[in-house]
Ligand binder design. Structure first.
Ligand code: SF4
Length: 413
C-alpha cells in the first residue's frame, strides 16, 4: 500500500486555501438551499435591515433545525420587519410568537437588543463583528461573525457546530473539540480560510457543507466538494497515520490537536473519528406535578387555568398549568397530597387529593434537564376566585391556550 500522507492540521499552503475556497463556493452556488433569510440578505439594500434579517435568523437557528425555524422566521419578519417594529413589541407578544421554538431567553434578548439599537444607536446596527459582540446582548462571537460577514461583507470567519465538524475532519483534529485550545485553533483556521471577496457566502457554504454533506453520522464524502483537501478522508483511504508525522505540520508526540494516545484512530469509524468531544454531563432529573384545572366557560365550552412563570430562570415568563416541582422518590399518594395543598393555596378553598384524577406522565428533555410531568386533572364547579397575590393567571379556551406563550412541554401535557 502507498505510504499515507502526513497529518497537516493547519492551512499553511496558500494555493491549497485558494483551491478549497473556489471548490466550496462553486458547490455552494450550485447546491445551496433556498432559505428565506438568504433571499432577504441577498435582496435587501438597506444595510441595517439586512443586518436585522440575518441577526433574527442566526438567533433562531441556534440549537434549532432549519426546517423548524423557517415558519417562525417568516411569521416574525412579517410581524416585525424592522428593528424599530421589534423594539415596540411587548415581551408577551415575543413569547407568543416564540412559543415552541425553545430556549426562550433568545427571543427576549433579541428584543432587548433591538430596543438598545433603537434607543442608544439611533437604529443603526454596529458594522463589525467586534462591535456587534461588544454592544448587543445575546450576540456572541459566532453570531457577530455571521452578521458581519453575511450582511456587511467583513472578512471574518465563523465557528459553529457544523464548522467544528467540517474543520476537525478536514484537518484530523481529534483532541476534545469543546476545549478552549481546540476552539481557538478552529477560529484561527476559520479566519485564515474565509474568502476575502465573498466572506458571507463562504461562511454559509462551510456551514451548509456541515449541514448537508459532512453530516455527523454518515457523511457523503463521495459527493463532497472539498474531499481532496480532507485529511480524514485521506486517512480513511490510506489507513493509519505514519508513525513519525511531519514535524512542521503536527507536533510529534504530544500534539495538542491529535486524538489522545488513549483513544487512537479507529479504522471502523472512518472520517467520523472526528470531531471528538469530552463525555456530556448527565442530565439533571426532575419530576413536576401539574394540574389541568377545567371549568365551563360562559358559553359552556371548557376553559383551562394557566399561570405565568417567574420572569427569570427556565421558561421565564411563559404560561403553564399550575405546577409544583416534586422531590424524587415520593409515593404517588404523597405527590397527590402535595399538589392538592399547592392548589388549595391558589384557590383559597380545600382541594381533596382524591379529587385529582391522574392522567399520565409526560417526559420532556430540556437541554440539561430530563423532566417528567406527572399530569392530573381537576374539573371545577362554579366560579373560582384565584389569589391575585400569587403569579398572574388566566382562564383560556383550548384555542387560546395554543395561541398563548406556552412551552412545547406544556403543549404535550
Ligand atoms: Fe467531511 Fe467527508 Fe468532505 Fe471530509 S470528505 S469534509 S469528512 S464530507
Amino acid at each position: 500500500a502507498p505510504a499515507p500522507p502526513p497529518t497537516r492540521h493547519l492551512f499553511s499552503d496558500p494555493a491549497e486555501v485558494e483551491a478549497l475556497r473556489g471548490n466550496l463556493l462553486a458547490w455552494y452556488d450550485r447546491c445551496k438551499r433556498d432559505l428565506p433569510w438568504r433571499a432577504l440578505a441577498a435582496t435587501e439594500l438597506d444595510a441595517d435591515r439586512r443586518g436585522y434579517a440575518v441577526w433574527v435568523s442566526e438567533i433562531m437557528l441556534q440549537q434549532t433545525q432549519v426546517a423548524t425555524v423557517i415558519d417562525y422566521y417568516n411569521r416574525w419578519m412579517q410581524k416585525w420587519p424592522t428593528l424599530q417594529a421589534l423594539a415596540q413589541a411587548s415581551l408577551e407578544e415575543v413569547n407568543e410568537l416564540w412559543a415552541g421554538l425553545g430556549y426562550y431567553s433568545r427571543g427576549k434578548r433579541l428584543q432587548e437588543a433591538a430596543r438598545k439599537v433603537v434607543s442608544e444607536l439611533a437604529g443603526q446596527m454596529p458594522r463589525t463583528a467586534e462591535d456587534l459582540q461588544k454592544v448587543l446582548p445575546g450576540v456572541g462571537r459566532y453570531t457577530a461573525g455571521a452578521i458581519a460577514s453575511i450582511s456587511y461583507g467583513q472578512a471574518t470567519g465563523v465557528v459553529d457546530g457544523n464548522v467544528i465538524r467540517v474543520l476537525c475532519r478536514l484537518r484530523c483534529i481529534g483532541a476534545d473539540s469543546s476545549s478552549p485550545a481546540v476552539i481557538d485553533q478552529l477560529w484561527d483556521m476559520a479566519n485564515v480560510l474565509v474568502d476575502r471577496s465573498r466572506p458571507g457566502d463562504f461562511n454559509q457554504a462551510l456551514m451548509e457543507l456541515g449541514a448537508t454533506v459532512c453530516v455527523p453520522k454518515a457523511p457523503l464524502c463521495g459527493e463532497c466538494p472539498v474531499k481532496q483537501h480532507c485529511q480524514a478522508w485521506r486517512r480513511k483511504l490510506f489507513g493509519n497515520a505514519p508513525k513519525v508525522p511531519d514535524v512542521e505540520d503536527c507536533g510529534v508526540g504530544d500534539c495538542p490537536l491529535c486524538p489522545p494516545a488513549t483513544e487512537p484512530w479507529d479504522s471502523s469509524l472512518g472520517v467520523t473519528n472526528f470531531p471528538r468531544k469530552a463525555a456530556k454531563k448527565p442530565l439533571r432529573v426532575m419530576r413536576t406535578a401539574t394540574c389541568v384545572l377545567e371549568r365551563r366557560g360562559c358559553h359552556g365550552a371548557p376553559e383551562y387555568l394557566i399561570v405565568q412563570r417567574p420572569s427569570s430562570g427556565l421558561l421565564a415568563g411563559l404560561w403553564e398549568f399550575p405546577s409544583l416541582p416534586l422531590a424524587q422518590d415520593l409515593q404517588e399518594e404523597r405527590e397527590r397530597e402535595e399538589l392538592a395543598d399547592h392548589l388549595q393555596a391558589w384557590m383559597g378553598r380545600p382541594v381533596a387529593a382524591k379529587g385529582l384524577r391522574f392522567i399520565g406522565e409526560v417526559i420532556h428533555i430540556f437541554s440539561h434537564i430530563h423532566q417528567t410531568y406527572v399530569v392530573y386533572s381537576l374539573p371545577l364547579d362554579g366560579d373560582v376566585t384565584l389569589d391575585p397575590a400569587l403569579s398572574p393567571s388566566r382562564w383560556v379556551t383550548e384555542d387560546e391556550f395554543h395561541a398563548s406563550a406556552v412551552s412545547t412541554a406544556m403543549k404535550k401535557v
